[in-house]
Design a binder for this molecule. Structure first.
Ligand code: ADP
Ligand code: XUL
Length: 517
């Protein structure tokens, strides 16, 4: 029985969570916000602003420095990292890091980690999941393997702009010399794990499924998709391994600096969504999860890969075995923040606008909420449209605008998740915005389902800690979830049945607007 550390390198922050399996308690919960703690990277929201809204890159050196900042904070707070018996974690999905040579031989303790990363990079920045610039490359990849249905059949998703294959292809086309100088390409998850290990480690199958390169059924890179993406790509990718694989031990750099025990085992890092599936206690089929983070996602475990006939949903690996479905909406928190900031509101004002100042259906005021390019549905350039009374359309009704965006987001989630199958009567919610009861009430009403919130909100970091615990102690995910991922009944949000008719009608209208896009 011991302590296990889970890390989550997400879009806007790096989080750490430690669980104590003996006491059944979370004993550490710490976070470093990239924008706030590392302003020198000019990435207030975790990525580098670009005049072209389709281009979203982040600096991998920032992710490395965040590790030092995080562990400094943790040890300064008096926490003994030497008590940790295993480490795993997660990263934002799809983003890629390009190295001149594989990481090997550990880090020197004479210089900070981030200073040792810069010279290793063959590409200064990493395209992240929000990047929407590789549409042409998606078409090329699909054509090369005989069409879109083949990409879906092999990889579980259509060729998708934010997925790693299209991003790698774009890099190869735009900077062929730099591609040639690249010896190894990592996902964010395997990059962070490699930093901790002081050597390059494999890619986990769960996160690897978000690259459009993995043959899902075979659990191996698909030669045809590799070839379609870029020449000799297979040589540049670490091998894919099951999520339970021990990929190394924590490097001496961290042992010397922060007191980790020498030889602390490190287990494969996965994507933030697959990790959340474990951290939410939803790794068995039957429970749907809605995550309201930088992106909004809807996901659920499934035994056999079933694909979305509309082509927006994905199949990833479930770290507990089998697969998971996922639908991702780029216009999640950032779109809600755009409305909040436009009207100078606080999150409490935002919540009050929904709960006290407007009502379901919003008196006919509605919106298309695509503040950034959207992947579900596909909207290539920002597109925000208001429909309703004159004051609303003239942006003079803050409360109605707040309700309009959240209703549109919830209707879009419902519409685009219908392919997963049976309608859930209960949904688990997580992510930064899940503490907003106004947002949750609209989602509960639109889905006509009860929403349950866990006592612990950082489900992806928690998932990392639970995966390390499972790997070392052999305790089942079910048992671990019963202890650490129990919903807090005082936070339940129940649907109002009286709103069903309103949202059935609005849903039909919303679907028509989407069809006309
Ligand atoms: P990620 O893991 O993708 O970086 P998080 O799950 O930590 O994101 O969520 C961060 C987001 O949560 C912020 O961008 C912010 O907009 C949103 N958020 C935080 N608190 C609230 C709140 N009370 N109401 C609505 N949104 C919130
Ligand atoms: C999932 C996706 C996002 C990122 C966010 O496909 O692109 O949820 O994983 O971190």
């Amino acid at each position: 029985m011991g302590l296990f550390l889970g890390l989550d390198s997400s879009t806007q922050s790096l989080s750490a969570m430690v669980v104590d399996t003996k006491r059944g308690a979370v004993v550490l919960d710490e976070s470093v916000n990239f924008g706030g703690a590392l302003p020198q990277y000019g990435s207030p929201q975790g990525f580098i602003p670009n005049a072209d809204p389709r281009i979203k890159h982040a600096n991998p050196v920032m992710w490395a420095q965040a590790l030092d900042v995080l562990f400094e904070r943790v040890t300064a707070g008096g926490f003994d990292l030497g008590s940790v018996r295993g480490v795993s974690g997660a990263g934002q999905q799809h983003g890629s890091v390009y190295l001149r040579r594989p990481i090997s031989g550990g880090w020197s303790s004479d210089a900070p980690l981030h200073e040792q990363i810069g010279p290793l990079l063959s590409r200064a920045t990493s395209p992240i999941w929000m990047d929407a610039s590789a549409g042409e490359e998606c078409n090329e990849i699909a054509r090369a393997v005989g069409g879109e249905p083949e990409v879906v059949k092999v990889s579980g998703s259509r060729a998708i702009e934010r997925f790693t294959a299209a991003q790698i292809r774009r890099f190869y086309k735009l900077e062929p010399a730099a591609y040639d100088a690249t010896a190894e390409i990592h996902l964010v998850s395997s990059f962070i794990a490699s930093l901790l290990a002081g050597r390059s480690v494999p890619i986990d199958l769960g996160d690897g499924a978000g690259m459009n390169l993995l043959d899902l059924q075979a659990g191996a890179w698909s030669p045809a998709l590799l070839e379609a993406a870029a020449p000799r790509l297979g040589k540049r990718l670490p091998p894919p391994v099951p999520s339970t694989t021990q990929v190394g031990v924590v490097d001496d750099y961290f042992v010397k600096k922060y007191g980790f025990r020498s030889g602390t085992p490190l287990f494969a890092f996965t994507g933030d969504n697959p990790s959340s599936l474990v951290g939410m206690g939803a790794s068995e089929p039957g429970t749907a999860v809605i995550s309201l983070g930088t992106s909004d996602t809807v996901f659920a475990a499934m035994r056999q890969p079933r694909t979305d006939p509309r082509g927006f949903g994905h199949v990833f690996g479930n770290p507990a075995g089998g697969f998971m479905s996922l639908i991702c909406f780029a216009n999640g928190s950032l779109a809600r923040e755009a409305i909040r900031d436009r009207f100078g509101l606080s999150w409490s004002d935002f919540e009050r606008a929904i709960r006290e100042q407007t009502r379901p259906g919003n008196d006919g005021n509605a919106m298309l909420p695509f503040f950034v390019p959207e992947m579900t549905p596909k909207v290539g350039a920002p597109k925000v449209e208001l429909f309703g009374d004159d004051d609303f359309v003239a942006w003079r009704k803050p409360a109605a605008t707040v309700r309009a965006i959240v209703e549109a987001q919830a209707l879009s989630m419902k519409h685009h998740s219908d392919w997963i199958g049976e309608r859930p009567t209960s949904i688990l919610v997580t992510g930064g915005a899940s503490r907003n009861r106004g947002i949750l009430q609209i989602i509960a009403d639109v889905f006509q389902a009860e929403l349950k919130t866990l006592a612990i909100s950082k489900s992806s970091a928690l998932g990392g800690a639970l995966r390390a615990a499972q790997a070392v102690e052999g305790t089942s995910f079910k048992e671990l979830a019963a202890t650490f991922a129990a919903p807090d009944p005082s936070l339940d949000v129940r649907p109002d049945p009286a709103t069903k008719a309103v949202y059935d009608e609005l849903g039909a209208r919303f679907a028509e607007r989407l069809a006309a896009l």
